[in-house]
Unconditional design. Structure first.
Length: 84
């Protein structure tokens, strides 16, 4: 049986900017990422030409340091700044 990564499942506090996208915390990092992707897909923010890129709306720009487009790998780093 695989051992779960307890650090990954630890509930984290969420910044107000991120909470406007994923909802109020605390919640585990995995749940934050899941809800973030739900938001991106629901609002059609994934770039149609390059699926690795996310085109931010006004709410996501606040999370992404004002950037209009980020790739999915940068997204994880930028979202980490909003978790404590």
């Amino acid at each position: 049986m695989a051992k779960s990564n307890s650090a990954f499942m630890k509930p984290m506090n969420i910044s107000p900017e991120l909470a406007s996208v994923v909802g109020q915390g605390p919640m585990p990092r995995s749940e934050v990422v899941k809800k973030l992707w739900e938001y991106i897909k629901r609002n059609g923010l994934q770039d149609s030409a390059n699926k690795r890129n996310i085109n931010a709306d006004e709410k996501l720009k606040k999370v992404f340091d004002g950037r209009a487009t980020v790739n999915m790998f940068e997204m994880t780093k930028l979202v980490s700044k909003h978790l404590s």
